[in-house]
Design a protein around this ligand. Structure first.
Ligand code: NAD
Length: 360
C-alpha cells in the first residue's frame, strides 16, 4: 500500500500520544520516522514504531529528556541523553554543536546514552541547514550485530558514519551509512516481506554467507516479533578490512570516547555519537567551496555509466529524489508494516485511519 506522508505522520504522532508521550515528543518522533521513510530509508522509518512504543510502555526509554551537560568548554561539549528518545535528545546535542561552532568556527559534541537516534543524515541535514559541515561517528552500544572482517562472531554494532556539507541554494551533500553491509532495520524490513537483502549481507556461524534474515533472527512468525538475539549468525561489516576498520573506529569514537561504551551485549541499546562541526565561512572567506564543489560533483557525475542509460549519483542524491517522489506519490509500506502499526495503535487506544483514507 501507499500512504500520504502527512496522514502517516498524524497516525504515528497519535500512536505515541496514546502510549503516553507528550504532544511535543510524539510530534518529533513522528516527524523524524516519517522523514526517514520519505528519503527511502524505510529501515529507520515507521517500521520502528512498535519497538519504540514497547520501550515507552516497558519504561526502557525515558520520556521528555533534556540532555545533561557533563563537559562544557567553548568548543567541546559532552552531553548525556539520559536514555531519552533519540528524536528528542539528538537534536539538542546538534543544537549545542551548532551554537558553539557559530561562535568558534569549530566544535565537537560527544553525545552518550541516547535511545535510538534513527537516521544520522537528519543530524547532518540539521547542521547543513545552519550552514555547517558536520562529521558524525556513531555506535549503538549494547547492540552487537556485526561480525568483524575475518570473524564469524558478532563484535560490532551497525555503527553508522555520516558527513554533511551544505551547498548554498541547493541540497547538501550527505553521506550516511551503516558500516555493516546493511543496517539491522533493512534485515527487519526484508524479514517482513520488504526489499530483499543482498546475498552477501549476513554470515552464518559456520562462515556461510547469505541474505537470509533467519541468520539474524532465528525462527519467527510472519507477523510476529523479531529478536536479533535469537539468531546464530551476524550481519557482515561492509568493505572488507577497510569497512570493518571504520566500524571499529565508530565504536571507539562514538562509543569509547563519548562515554557511551564501545558495544558489548546489553539488554538496552544506547546510541553514542561524536560529532564535529566546522563553519565553512571561517575556512573559506573568499568563497571557493561552493563553486569548486559544484564543478567537482558535475565532474564525478560525468563519468560514463557502467550500464547504458545508467547514472552516477553523488552522496545524498538518492535521498533527495526519494523525498521529492514520495512527498508527491505517497510512502510505500509493506502490508506487514501497516498491520504492525494498526496492531500497536489499537493496543494504545488509537483508531487507525481507514485503509481508503490511508491510501495515497
Ligand atoms: P545505504 O546503504 O542506503 O547507503 C546510503 C548512502 O549511500 C547515502 O549517503 C546515499 O546517498 C548513498 N547512495 C545510495 N545509493 C547510491 C548510489 N547509487 N550512488 C551513490 N551513492 C549512493 O544506507 P544504510 O547503510 O542502509 O543505512 C541506512 C540508514 O540507517 C542511515 O540513515 C543510517 O544513519 C541509519 N543507521 C542508524 C543506526 C543507529 O544506530 N541509529 C545504525 C545503523 C544505521
Amino acid at each position: 500500500m501507499k500512504i500520504e506522508a502527512s496522514v502517516l505522520q498524524d497516525f504515528v504522532r497519535n500512536i505515541f500520544g496514546g502510549a503516553g508521550c507528550s504532544a511535543e515528543e510524539s510530534g518529533r518522533i513522528a516527524k523524524y520516522l516519517v522523514s526517514a521513510n520519505l528519503v527511502g530509508h524505510d529501515s529507520h522509518g515507521v517500521v520502528r514504531v512498535p519497538r519504540y512504543v514497547r520501550s515507552k510502555l516497558d519504561r526502557t526509554v525515558n520520556p521528555d529528556q533534556k540532555v545533561g551537560v557533563v563537559v562544557d568548554t567553548p568548543v567541546i561539549a559532552v552531553v548525556d541523553g539520559k536514555n531519552g528518545f533519540g528524536q528528542t535528545v539528538a537534536p539538542q546535542a546538534v543544537e549545542i554543536g551548532i551554537t558553539k561552532c557559530k561562535a568558534a568556527g569549530l566544535s565537537a559534541v560527544a553525545l552518550r546514552n541516547a535511545s535510538h537516534i534513527g537516521r544520522i543524515g537528519d543530524w547532518a541535514e540539521m547542521a547543513a541547514a545552519a550552514g555547517l559541515v558536520s562529521v558524525h561517528f556513531v555506535n549503538a552500544s549494547g547492540s552487537v550485530l556485526v561480525a568483524p572482517f575475518g570473524g564469524v562472531d558478532r563484535r560490532i554494532s551497525t555503527a553508522p558514519f555520516c558527513i554533511g556539507i551544505p551547498r548554498p541554494g541547493t541540497d547538501p551533500v550527505v553521506l550516511d551509512f551503516a558500516t555493516s553491509v546493511v543496517a539491522e532495520g533493512k534485515v527487519l524490513v526484508a524479514s517482513q516481506g520488504g526489499k530483499k537483502l543482498p546475498d552477501n549481507a549476513l554470515i552464518g556461524p559456520d562462515g556461510t554467507i547469505s541474505g537470509d534474515p533467519h541468520q539474524l533472527y532465528g525462527d519467527y512468525e510472519a507477523d510476529g516479533p523479531r529478536n536479533y538475539r535469537q539468531g546464530k549468525g551476524a550481519i557482515r561489516a561492509f568493505g572488507d578490512h577497510k569497512g570493518s576498520g571504520l566500524a571499529v573506529l565508530c565504536e571507539l569514537l562514538g562509543g569509547s570516547l563519548t562515554g557511551c561504551g564501545a558495544t558489548e551485549p546489553k539488554d538496552v541499546m544506547m546510541n553514542g555519537m561524536l560529532s564535529f562541526y566546522i563553519d565553512p565561512k571561517v575556512v573559506d572567506p573568499t568563497n571557493f567551496l561552493a563553486p569548486d564543489m559544484a564543478r567537482y560533483l558535475n565532474y564525478v557525475k560525468s563519468s560514463r555509466p557502467v550500464t547504458p542509460g545508467g547514472e552516477v549519483l553523488v552522496p545524498g542524491e538518492v535521498e533527495v529524489r526519494n523525498r521529492a517522489q514520495r512527498s508527491k506519490d505517497g510512502i510505500p509500506l509493506p502490508e506487514s508494516t501497516w498491520a504492525a502499526l494498526v496492531a500497536i495503535a489499537r493496543e494504545v487506544g488509537v483508531v487507525p485511519p481507514n485503509s481508503a483514507a490511508a491510501q495515497a
